[in-house]
Design a protein around this ligand. Structure first.
Ligand SMILES: Cc1cc2nc3c(=O)[nH]c(=O)nc-3n(C[C@H](O)[C@H](O)[C@H](O)COP(=O)(O)O)c2cc1C
Length: 125
């Protein structure tokens, strides 16, 4: 399993690297990614609950190996907090692994690490 992240201001990248530091899982920026194996997508929420265009375009090409999604967002957005993850999860029928405020806290990192560990056995699926 790889971590593929999209980011505008760096929070999602920072979160992805925190998860990688704990788990040793490889991290790749979405712009550099060409997935040929299962990956966890980490993105952010923009424009009142929307999926960033860059993420949507990437998924249009590369959804085959998508296995789960994480969205960064901000508590301040209330009902649309991290909603990009809900949209992607519903559209591609993958689990919404974590809804993360900004660059996340230790509990968020642990949650994603646990999920990765559970799914490592199925990494070739
Ligand atoms: C114009 C704009 C719209 C945003 N809309 C939302 C939103 O609807 N829901 C949400 O949870 N966060 C929203 N955010 C907050 C970002 O998702 C949050 O800051 C996130 O951590 C950014 O990730 P990044 O640093 O990886 O780009 C918005 C931020 C901006 C600047």
């Amino acid at each position: 399993m790889q971590l593929i992240f999209d980011t505008l201001t760096g929070n999602t990248r920072r979160f992805a690297h925190k998860v990688a530091d704990l788990t040793g899982v490889e991290v790749v920026a979405l712009a550099d990614a060409d997935p040929r194996a299962p990956y966890l997508l980490l993105t952010y929420t923009f424009g009142s609950g929307a999926v960033p265009e860059s993420t949507a375009a990437f998924l249009g090409q590369h959804s085959h190996w998508l296995r789960g999604v994480v969205s960064s967002g901000s508590y301040h957005w209330g009902e649309s907090f991290g909603r990009a993850g809900d949209v992607i999860s519903a559209q591609y029928r993958v689990p919404y692994v974590a809804r993360v405020n900004k660059s996340g806290n230790a509990e968020d990192v642990r949650r994603v690490a646990d999920w990765l560990q559970t799914h490592a056995a199925n990494a070739a699926d």
